[in-house]
Design a protein around this ligand. Structure first.
Ligand code: SF4
Length: 329
């Protein structure tokens, strides 16, 4: 017999409506023997209410020397890490990398830069726009995303005029824990204002978080509801890959069961959205990445992350083809 909280949660399958906070909290403390039931429900909700597989690849178009001090990030100038440091790539280099992803069958390519963002349309921002223009012209059927920090209204307008698919802007953790667990050089209020501004202008927002940086399950639930309230469309969840030289270098890895429950709860709180497994999939969760992709997630980041390599795109495509068999009616 299923526990009462799980039986109640099955209503999402009929209604497509998110579960309540109270129910999410009850599901979070179900004993281990019920975890696979919870994951199975999340997978069924994913099959019924969200799109099949939302894969993307990104390029770290500018790396390192970031003025912000995010504790987990090897690109921060505040930490003594071994991350690559380079200025913004030439537009043609970005286009070449995108071409490789598209030739490997990817539908979506994101341009990501380190740093606080752009207050004005300077030469670097113009180069990013030039790369997007070229990609749009050469690959009209492909989708282009951007994640270039906190940007001004005029910069947002330029990106939206180019019909980008999503703007990436991670909240990282529950707002109340941002200063303690992530950074002191900027605030969660700054981030939330930016997300609201993007949404008000009609952008589709991709915003996620990092698991395993010292947050509790209650913090994760709070983050999932924050995304629901902000109407975020794509939610990438990263599992911390502790980077040498960062304050989280020696952070203990988060247990797989915590990640699995988190994925499932994010699905039940955001039934129709894209929940994407981003960094840490192959490295931190290696043996369990298949299980986690059957726990409510419907997207993955392929081909590598900002400061760490992933595995080859064709290998991940075979992986997603096999996962699809679990979604067929
Ligand atoms: S996560 Fe982004 S904003 Fe924070 S230090 Fe890294 S590059 Fe800078």
């Amino acid at each position: 017999m299923l526990p009462k909280a799980l039986e109640e949660a099955y209503s999402v399958l009929d209604t497509g409506e998110p579960i309540s906070r109270e129910l999410a909290e009850s599901l979070a403390v179900l004993p281990g023997e019920n975890t696979l039931d919870l994951l199975s429900l999340a997978h069924k909700v994913k099959n019924k209410y969200s799109e099949d597989m939302h894969s993307c690849s990104i390029i770290s178009a500018k790396s390192g020397l970031c003025s912000e001090n995010c504790k987990f990030c090897a690109q921060s100038a505040h930490h003594d890490s071994n991350a690559d440091i380079y200025d913004l790539m030439e537009p043609e280099t970005i286009v070449e990398q995108a071409a490789i992803c598209f030739e490997n069958g990817m539908e979506r390519f994101g341009i990501v830069t380190s740093g606080a963002g752009f207050k004005v349309i300077n030469d670097d921002f113009k180069s990013i726009l030039q790369a997007i223009d070229t990609l749009k012209e050469r690959y009209p059927d492909k989708k282009i995303c951007a994640a270039v920090g906190t940007i001004s209204d005029e910069c947002i307008d330029e990106l939206l005029a180019r019909d980008i698919d999503n703007y990436g802007f991670n909240l990282q953790v529950a707002p109340a824990k941002f200063e303690e667990l992530v950074a002191t050089t900027h605030t969660s209020d700054d981030k939330i204002s930016m997300i609201k501004k993007l949404t008000a202008k009609g952008a589709s927002v991709c915003s996620g978080g990092v698991l395993g940086i010292g947050e509790t399950m209650a913090d994760r639930i709070e983050l999932a509801y924050t995304f629901q309230e902000l109407e975020v469309n794509v939610i990438p969840l990263n599992v911390l890959m502790p980077m040498e030289g960062t304050p989280l270098e020696h952070q203990k890895p988060i247990p797989v069961i915590e990640v699995a429950k988190t994925f499932a709860l994010f699905r039940l709180i955001n039934p129709t959205k894209v929940i994407k497994f981003a960094a840490g999939r192959e490295t931190m969760m290696n043996d369990y990445q298949g299980l986690l992709m059957l726990s409510g997630a419907n997207g993955l980041l392929m081909g590598g992350y900002l400061t760490a390599r992933g595995r080859d795109i064709p290998l991940d495509q075979t992986f997603t083809d096999q996962l699809a068999a679990f979604s067929k009616k």
